[in-house]
Each structure stands twice: as C-alpha cells, then as structure tokens.
Design a binder for this molecule. Structure first.
Ligand code: ATP
Ligand code: ATP
Ligand code: MG
Ligand code: MG
Ligand code: MG
Ligand code: MG
Ligand code: MG
Length: 262
C-alpha cells in the first residue's frame, strides 16, 4: 500500500547521516569473527589450524560471491574475510552501512546454516558473530597492496602459530613459556626451530594454511536440461572457486586473471 501523507514525525529521518562511499573507488569489506579465540576453544578447533573451520569460512564466502556479483575477489584467513567490490558497484547506492551489514549477515547466516556440513553432529554452542567495515582504495596498486598485506599477515601468523603450538603440544611448554621462547625470533629462526626441534618443514605445510584462501569466479560447464531425445544441453556459468595460491607476485595469478580488476 502507498504511504499516506507525511506525518509530523518524519523529521527524525533527517538524523540519518549520509555514509555513501566515494564513487569510482574499489570497496573492500573486511569481516572478522567476534571473540574467535574463545569460540575456537569452545568448539575444540585443532590448533594451529582447524581445516573444518577454514573450509566453513570458505563456503560462507562463496555464498557471498553467489549473492553479490559486484564482489570480484575475496581473500580469507583465520576468522576473517575480505571482499573486494568493483569500483563501479552500485549496490545499495554505495551506502556503506547497507553494504557492510548485508555482507556480514549473509556470511553469518551461512556460518550457522552450513555449520553441520563441516562439524557434523558437534553442536554449535554459541552464536557466531562477525564485525565488518568498508575501506576505499583509489587505485589498483593500493588495492593489490591491501591484498598483499593480508597474505603476508597469513604467513606471519601461521608461522608463529605453528611454532607456538609445536612448543605447547610436542615440547610440553606452557603457553607463557612458548611465547617467551618465540619472542624476538625472526622468520629464519622460526623455520629452523620447526625443522631442528620438531622435524617440520614449513614449506611442506598445506597451502591453505600458509597462503589463506582466494575466491574468484571460473567458467564451469553444467547440464542445463535434457532434450526430448535425451541429449544433454550443456551451458557454462561462472561459479566461485577457492584457490590457495600466491596473490603477491604478478606471476602467475594476476597475469592469468588480468580481467579481475579491470
Ligand atoms: P576479536 O573479536 O577482537 O576479533 P578474536 O578472539 O576473534 O577477537 P582474532 O585476532 O580475530 O581475535 O583471532 C582469531 C582467533 O581465532 C585466533 O585466536 C585464532 O587462533 C582462532 N582461529 C580462527 N580460525 C581458526 C582455525 N581455523 N583453527 C584454529 N583457530 C582458529
Ligand atoms: P528492501 O530490501 O529494500 O528492504 P523489502 O522487500 O524487504 O525491500 P521492506 O520495506 O523492508 O521491503 O518491507 C518488508 C516487507 O516484508 C513488506 O512487504 C512486509 O509486508 C513484509 N513482511 C515483513 N514482515 C512480515 C510479517 N511478519 N508478515 C507479513 N509480511 C511481512
Ligand atoms: Mg578483530
Ligand atoms: Mg576475530
Ligand atoms: Mg581475526
Ligand atoms: Mg523493512
Ligand atoms: Mg526489507
């Protein structure tokens, strides 16, 4: 039904502030799990990396790409995901709170919806929540630097956490002792510690743990229908796929996907 004449209360609408994101800039929405240090303990995540939890994050992010065509690429690690919206995106008139809140709720709702696909009968015993923010990047260089920053972070955290949990689980150190042991060590010393003390070759760890998850769309063939004589009609559509690969260097990812940020 059509709205009737304005009421005298409509002036309250003017208290809403304009949060339109600048035109022609790349939009990054980064979401991050609330209190996942506790959440991961409560749900007995394997340390340092629970693959079920990472795969669940990736599945939720794929749904975000299915729902929002403006998202060109996403990058995830730990309890966070970054979604890159094309600079020309018109979604919700580029209103920041609208875009952030709808992406966060798409992700959170899927986390609940798909929990049992990854954790089986283990109950979801607290409410998974995610915060979100939108950041604008004025050009592709800065955007690429943003993605590089996140993937470098993945490596630093993974290397630290792998050492930390080896010291705790395998060497029997307390959390505080493990922390003290690692204080001030550089990346070479950490790899050396992993290898000499625990026989772990860092380069042999799963790519998903070392590099995080990259999601882009790829063409995939599917059977659209069957004709009366039974022949399959094959069409292609673009579906989100998860990759565990380097997005810092130009080769091969960016040269193979040159259209991603065009
Ligand atoms: P905040 O609400 O401020 O984000 P937080 O506890 O979520 O607090 P983060 O810095 O986001 O802090 O860290 C995420 C935590 O979740 C880390 O402690 C990390 O070890 C844990 N975590 C996330 N994903 C996994 C996973 N797949 N396997 C094991 N631990 C995980
Ligand atoms: P937008 O995405 O712009 O919000 P919308 O379709 O959600 O679009 P709203 O203005 O939010 O539009 O209106 C909510 C719609 O949902 C209305 O059509 C309303 O009738 C319907 N709706 C919401 N709750 C109920 C309910 N409990 N019972 C019946 N209809 C409902
Ligand atoms: Mg945080
Ligand atoms: Mg968090
Ligand atoms: Mg985090
Ligand atoms: Mg409404
Ligand atoms: Mg509505």
């Amino acid at each position: 039904p059509r709205r009737m004449a304005n009421s005298k209360y409509e002036y309250v609408k003017d208290f809403e502030l304009d949060d339109t994101l600048l035109p022609n800039c790349w939009i990054v929405v980064r979401i991050d799990g609330k209190g996942f240090t506790r959440f991961s303990e409560l749900h007995k995540f394997e340390k340092p990396n629970d693959k079920r939890a990472l795969d669940l994050m990736d599945a939720c992010a794929k749904e975000v790409l299915n729902e929002f065509p403006d998202v060109r690429i996403a990058f995830g690690e730990s309890d966070e995901y970054s979604f890159v919206l094309h600079k020309s995106a018109k979604l919700y008139g580029r209103r920041s709170s609208k875009i952030v809140s709808i992406l966060v709720s798409c992700f959170s709702a899927n986390y609940v919806r798909q929990w049992s696909n990854f954790f089986g009968n283990q109950p979801l015993s607290s409410t998974p929540m995610f915060d979100g923010r939108a950041i604008l990047y004025p050009d592709v260089k800065t955007l690429r630097d943003y993605l590089t920053w996140r993937q470098v972070d993945t490596h630093i955290n993974n290397q630290y956490n792998t050492c930390f949990w080896a010291l705790v689980h395998q060497a029997g150190l307390s959390n505080a002792e493990a922390q003290a042991t690692l204080k001030g060590t550089d990346t070479g010393a950490k790899n050396e510690l992993l290898f000499s003390q625990f026989g772990i070759n860092y380069t042999h760890l799963p790519e998903q743990f070392k590099k995080g998850s990259v999601i882009i769309r790829r063409h995939q063939e599917f059977v659209a229908k069957h004709q009366d004589d039974g022949t399959a009609v094959v069409r292609t559509r673009r579906v989100p796929v998860v990759m565990y690969c380097d997005i810092i260097k130009e080769q091969p990812f960016w040269s193979e996907n040159a259209d991603l940020l065009s």
